[in-house]
Design a protein around this ligand. Structure first.
Ligand code: ZN
Length: 605
């Protein structure tokens, strides 16, 4: 929060056309928004904003092109329409576009202008807006036009819920004068505080005198809100135990039960809230509920790691351009590592579930050829063009800084514990980094490394070179040894081809070919339709059963259709990776190793 002071300098340099003089003075006059939903079934929110002009003849209004925490340019202004402005007495003022996401209003000297526009919202994601007959979930970046270069002023929001809607919920501070009135101290806070309006089921509890809200909205008929809120409270206690205190006044979980089969859910972190997109049935089965708990744990951990302890580049934000950082493996990967570990420490997951989750991260990394091309630091930097814009070749050319970051977290935790004879851990390093860098500026990669090395009491240069900046294979032996774990013994390799396929209405179509695999070497292409194996028809639903008939080393001829041309392609099956990346407790672990493992898995007293 304190970090935002630098925004002024950056914004002023970036936008000479704005009205800087009036902009940043303490006590600057607020922009006052009113949101209304006269016809929510048409997916529109109507926005009216009273914008102070400071007497400038022209003002520039800006809409963000991306949302912090989700590193992709999304061009939210494409959903804005009908921008108009009026001055005193309702006199119409001239409004014109000055950039893809900017509007210039000729004020005629009016001290305040009223700007009106509509925003279409029918994209169900944690970054965008969704408006329908029953409810709305709104994010700041795709909703609010603000004064370009003058964002440090308060932004007030009054919500007029649609007919039949009773409640609005957000992390924004409430403003006096009645319901549905909020006041953000600045634009950053507004963008950082999504809003839900409708008739949510709200569960509350208090920890350390601070209110926590689980706001269940969407299709919540099957949602067990009572159980979810109880486990949320347990999780808050566990994360508080790790960090020492809760750094917010209130915390709001906007839990949108909306995901239909085939859609991916997700969450986005905010300063004192989060928005989650989840399956309406997630409390019905253990695997789905565990996924929800992991998501909640991840977003909650972000309260500390990234919303306060942050890479120097991630705030104050330039909302109109990409912001590059090499540290997303810390911001996201280490967060995901702790989301899993703290879930177990809080008693909400079993040791088997923790090890399974860690194993699947290791397995994913080791099955991704891109790990030998793309480092964790480089993957972080290129999030804008790689992680958020995957294609059929992504696995060959990139890794996820989430996945590799989790594995780095595990290895680094083990390294620190080993180096200090079990006296210190990654927990200590994260707390030390928080103490030092959760203030105004954030950390550079070198500063974060220095803090960790100080806690470890030793240089970790070789570790950073390999695990963070390098693309060589990671070494797991030390972590296994430290925590008394092992990889499950390998079974004999079955026939392996290295392509993934989809069932396209019965057609068997190749969707991905991993580098270095038999399919890659044989020249199978993405979008090839596999028609037969050794001159016998193969249907999509039979593919696995048919390939299971072969063993490593067998050669077959695939009949494929490639852009309607029939081809015969020989392929020699290989062996599935001889290692199974499945962690389990090593039955031969020494008493010291067993002790390390239980310390790792225990909540701080
Ligand atoms: Zn995250």
């Amino acid at each position: 929060m304190v970090a935002r002071i630098r925004a002024l300098i950056i914004v002023l340099i970036a936008s000479a056309c704005a009205a800087p003089a009036l902009a940043q003075a303490p006590g600057a006059e607020p922009i006052r928004y009113t949101l209304s939903f006269p016809a929510p079934q048409t997916h529109y929110v109507e926005v009216s904003a009273a914008v102070p002009t400071g007497g400038q003849p022209q003002i520039d209004l800006m809409m963000a092109v991306w949302t912090p925490g989700s590193y992709m340019i999304r061009e939210y202004s494409r959903h804005v329409e009908g921008v108009s402005a009026s001055g005193a007495g309702g006199r119409a003022l001239e409004v014109g576009k000055s950039a893809k996401n900017r509007w210039r209003v000729t004020t005629g000297g009016a001290p305040t202008v009223t700007v009106k526009y509509r925003v279409y919202g029918r994209e169900m994601s944690v970054r965008t807006n969704w408006i329908e007959a029953d409810f709305a979930v709104l994010n700041g970046a795709p909703t609010f036009l603000t004064l370009a270069g003058a964002t440090k002023r308060p932004h007030e929001v009054v919500i007029e819920p649609a007919r039949g809607w009773r409640r609005s919920m957000t992390g924004l501070p409430e403003m006096s004068g009645g319901e549905h009135r909020y006041r953000a101290p600045d634009y950053d806070t507004l963008v950082d505080s999504p809003i839900a309006v409708g008739n949510p089921d709200v569960k509350e509890f208090t920890v350390d005198g601070k209110k926590h809200y689980l706001v269940n909205i969407g299709d919540i008929r099957n949602w067990d809100g009572t159980r979810a809120a109880k486990d949320f409270e347990t999780l808050v206690q566990a994360q508080r135990a790790m960090w020492g205190s809760l750094p917010y006044d209130k915390y709001v979980v906007l839990n949108v039960a909306s995901i239909v089969a085939g859609q991916a859910g997700g969450g986005l972190e905010h300063l004192n809230s989060t928005m989650l997109m989840v399956s309406p049935n997630a409390t019905r089965t253990r695997p789905a509920y565990l996924t929800w708990l992991e998501l909640l744990s991840h977003e909650l951990f972000h309260v500390w790691n990234v919303k306060r302890l942050r890479p120097v580049e991630l705030g104050p934000f330039d909302y109109e351009n990409e912001v590059y950082t090499r540290s997303l493996w810390i911001a996201e990967g280490i967060t995901e590592y702790y989301s899993l570990v703290l879930l177990h420490r809080s008693g909400l997951s079993t040791i088997e579930e923790l090890l399974e989750s860690l194993s699947s991260e290791i397995d994913t990394l080791q099955a991704t050829p891109g790990r030998l091309v793309n480092s964790a630091a480089a993957a972080s930097f290129d999030a804008w063009i790689k992680y958020y814009r995957p294609d059929e070749n992504s696995a060959n050319t990139a890794i996820s800084y989430y996945t590799k970051g989790v594995v780095i977290g595990l290895l680094l935790d083990a390294r620190i514990r080993k180096a200090t004879g079990g006296a210190r851990s990654l927990d200590d390093a994260m707390r030390a980094a928080y103490q030092k860098y959760s203030g105004a500026r954030g950390y550079t990669p070198d500063e974060f490394r220095a803090v960790v090395e100080q806690v470890a009491g030793t240089s970790l240069k070789a570790f950073w070179d390999t695990a963070v900046d390098g693309t060589a294979e990671l070494e797991y032996a030390e972590a296994l040894e430290t925590f008394g774990l092992r990889f499950r013994p390998a079974s004999s390799g079955s026939a392996y081809h290295g392509m993934t396929t989809r069932n396209d209405a019965g057609r068997l179509v190749v969707t991905q070919v991993r580098r270095g695999t038999p399919a890659y070497e044989a020249g199978i292409n993405v979008d090839d339709e596999i028609l037969g194996i050794d001159e016998v028809r193969v249907r999509a639903e039979q593919f696995l059963a048919r390939t299971n008939l072969y063993k490593s080393g067998d050669k077959v001829t695939l009949l494929v259709a490639r852009r309607d041309q029939i081809k015969r392609i020989e392929i020699a099956f290989g062996a599935e990776s001889p290692r199974q990346w499945r962690l389990e407790a090593n039955p031969g672990a020494s008493p010291a190793q067993t002790e390390n493992r239980s310390t790792w898995l225990q909540q701080a007293a």
